[in-house]
Design a protein around this ligand. Structure first.
Ligand SMILES: NC(=O)c1ccc[n+]([C@@H]2O[C@H](COP(=O)([O-])OP(=O)(O)OC[C@H]3O[C@@H](n4cnc5c(N)ncnc54)[C@H](O)[C@@H]3O)[C@@H](O)[C@H]2O)c1
Ligand SMILES: [Zn+2]
Length: 672
């Protein structure tokens, strides 16, 4: 390769890697696998070694891939947060071991092995035993201050109580979304017609950077810690880990001290399949030199420590024959294609079906029945199809034509612009949509009718007894007795469960009626803001947008819902049945008019008030709280750690930025 060719190649690789880094770290998305990404990086490394004069100072081989954002205050790390060198091969691991041996010049050494947890790294700073800061890795030098969000993670101690706690120390760990929480979250998203999240890591990363920490708290993040930094705290990594355990941190009990690289290889082997049973995704093993003095001696490259390496497991993927594609229709009418496969054994179970994302994926892969497809297991229940083994494609196979009609009711499918999924528009006549709506309605988080289940709903539907939630409330004993296996007692039970649901509070009813994009939180906010279904039904899109947390997409969806005559009829019937359509929550007592319809955005953390408290005080005194900064806004009430972008926007638009003190002055009738 000539120098000129190398330059072109280096530039091309740099651009590609930067593009994927940006997607991965800023947008929480991926278009290629980690292994493919790591291969690009290795290629660039090799070229830079061969042509050192062409190496750019800011090459992605020289720095950590992430960056800081403008939504949070940015904080410098006391100790840089680096990346880890990685390898997918045992041979390279043995080479690394040889380099360690050489670097330590004949000294004896031990390793400490941990699993490589796949989440987001977090730096936790403690002073006098108290958690004072949680910061993301960012660009390795500076990160985002996400302390408020981190405080919602229950397994992270807010205060460490122990005699031997140093005045100041830093803990590093991986924040993650447990697999079961992720699966549940996706189920809920699907249920309200939102797109599913692609994987747990990206979702954890997005969650850590949410603006509202009460929302973060609902997501149930968790954290495994794996490193302790500070002056004279320990002599070995093992000792650090034991201290962290003793201090009440959440340490995964999967680590192992290893005497030599053979023991490390055994550890890697042992965990290859066993790791599937852990509550989170792992993608490899991190091997660290145990002695901290030896770590120091070995030191760092620009991007990663020389005393540690990540051995990454190859994604567990296998190829099998695609026997057919079937289509499922969900509650919202969304159609999902499913690959029917020649059964194949993968990572502990037999796989017969796998998800095909949507019509686009089928087209992109140019998929044909009879193709051999690669199947991979991620955090989801059902594995995914990730590619086609083209070498095995036999001639004459015909590309799959996506269905144009609903596989259940035959209605022509539609696709809204900007959406990947096709929908069956036959909302009131398509069985899975009707049954899905009833299943949604009776859920615990909705009407909580536990005397009804999926099977009973199916029967009630097939017997023509229940075609919509309102039909439940006119069921009679003799209807219930027609159900398979139902006797006097079970029939009574069923009806009393339905009867009891009539006292379910308004916000749950609002969630239960299944307006697209209206999840539990949004339903609560809408109920609190509008107080009754009639007010919501009469609201214009503009009115709806004034409610907290309601953006354009939700406002449109709510508005459309109440324009539909079928929905109006259904609501009227439910009202007649006696469901709660008004908020019984006490109105905050009106205290004064000093804030005289002034609008506020609340941002950051405050010394004397929680954000909810501030919101209530504002309303009690005649003001309004809105969610985003605009030219019409009166005040931006700014606490600590407010994101710089909100401040910038307010400054640009000339909105008054006020402190907690200023706010108190306003309340006592002063003008600012
Ligand atoms: N697919 C893509 O488009 C894409 C894009 C960018 C990055 N990536 C992936 O991300 C990786 C690069 O990310 P990186 O620089 O964060 O490196 P890394 O994730 O491979 O390794 C460093 C990180 O490992 C984590 N970690 C987990 N368990 C640990 C333990 N027990 N001890 C120490 N650290 C532990 C820490 O958060 C640390 O920051 C690449 O390997 C690549 O696979 C993929
Ligand atoms: Zn249909």
């Amino acid at each position: 390769m000539t120098s000129a060719q190398a330059l072109t190649e280096i530039q091309h690789l740099t651009d590609t890697i930067n593009y994927h880094n940006d997607l991965y770290y800023q947008k929480n998305k991926t278009e290629i696998s980690d292994q493919e990404f790591d291969l690009l990086l290795k290629k660039l490394e090799h070229l830079e070694k061969e042509f050192p004069e062409l190496k750019q100072a800011d090459s992605p081989t020289q720095r950590v891939g992430g960056s800081i954002t403008k939504e949070f205050a940015n904080v410098y790390h006391k100790y840089p947060m680096l990346s880890l060198g990685n390898t997918y091969s045992q041979e390279e691991l043995e080479d690394w071991d040889a380099r360690v041996a050489k670097g330590l010049e004949g000294d004896a050494y031990e390793y400490f092995c941990e699993l490589k947890f796949d989440g987001v790294s977090m730096s936790l700073t403690y002073e006098n035993g108290i958690l004072v800061r949680g910061v993301t890795r960012g660009d390795g030098v500076r990160g985002d201050d996400v302390t408020n969000n981190i405080r919602t993670i229950r397994s992270i101690p807010l205060k460490v109580k122990s005699k031997d706690v140093p005045a100041s120390f830093e803990v590093r760990g991986e924040v993650f979304l447990p697999k079961d929480v992720f699966i549940q979250l996706n189920k809920e998203r699907e249920d309200i017609g939102e797109e599913r999240y692609a994987n747990a890591r990206n979702t954890a990363s997005g969650t850590v950077k949410m603006q509202d920490s009460t929302e973060v708290a609902k997501r149930k993040l968790d954290c495994f810690v794996y490193s302790l930094l500070g002056e004279d705290i320990a002599e070995t990594h093992e000792e650090s880990i034991k201290k962290l355990e003793a201090w009440g941190f959440n340490v995964s009990q999967t680590y192992k001290k290893c005497k030599n690289i053979q023991e490390v290889l055994k550890y890697i082997n042992d965990w290859d399949t066993q790791r599937q049973t852990l509550p989170l995704e792992t993608d490899g093993v991190v091997i660290k030199v145990n002695s901290l003095e030896q770590q120091q001696h070995l030191g760092f490259t620009a991007k990663s420590p020389r005393w540690a390496i990540a051995y990454k497991y190859k994604a567990q993927s296998i190829s099998t024959r695609l026997n057919g594609v079937t289509y499922q229709v969900g509650r919202t009418g969304a159609v999902t294609p499913v690959a029917e496969l020649e059964p194949v054994f993968l990572a502990g179970t037999t796989v017969k079906r796998a998800s095909l994302h949507n019509a686009n994926q089928i087209a992109q892969l140019d998929l044909r029945i009879g193709d051999y497809v690669f199947v991979e297991k991620g955090g989801e229940i059902i594995p995914k199809v990730t590619g086609v083994e083209l070498e095995k494609r036999e001639p004459g196979l015909i590309p799959i034509k996506y269905i144009t009609q609903c596989p259940v009711c035959g209605t022509a499918l539609i696709r809204t612009e900007g959406e990947a999924a096709f929908y069956c528009p036959n909302i009131n006549g398509c069985a899975p949509q009707i049954r899905g709506r009833i299943e949604h309605f009776i859920q615990r988080k909705a009407m909580d009718i536990d005397s009804l289940g999926e099977q009973t709903i199916k029967q009630l539907y097939e017997l023509d007894l229940v075609k919509s939630p309102a039909d439940l409330y006119i069921l009679k004993r003799e209807d219930a007795l027609r159900l398979e296996g139902f006797k006097d007692k079970s029939a009574k039970n069923l009806l009393s469960g339905i009867e009891k649901s009539k006292s379910t509070p308004f916000e749950s009813v609002l969630y239960a009626i299944g307006i697209r994009y209206v999840g539990k939180t949004v339903a609560e906010k809408l109920a609190r803001y509008f107080k009754s279904i009639d007010k919501i039904a009469q609201a214009s899109v503009e009115d709806l947008l004034k409610a907290p947390e309601v953006g354009e997409k939700i406002a449109q969806s709510v508005y459309q819902f109440f324009q539909n005559p079928e929905n109006k009829k259904e609501i009227a019937r439910l009202k007649e049945a006696g469901l709660q359509f008004e908020s019984t929550a006490k109105e905050p007592e009106k205290l004064s008019d000093v804030l005289d319809n002034k609008s506020f955005v609340i941002s950051g953390v405050f010394e004397h008030y929680e954000r909810d408290q501030l919101q209530e005080i504002i309303i009690q005194n005649g003001g309004r709280v809105v969610s985003s900064v605009s030219g019409k806004l009166d005040y931006l009430l700014a606490g600590d750690n407010m994101g710089p972008s909100k401040r910038e926007k307010a400054e640009k638009l000339g909105v008054k930025i006020i402190t907690e003190k200023d706010f108190e002055r306003l309340l006592t009738g002063h003008t600012l």
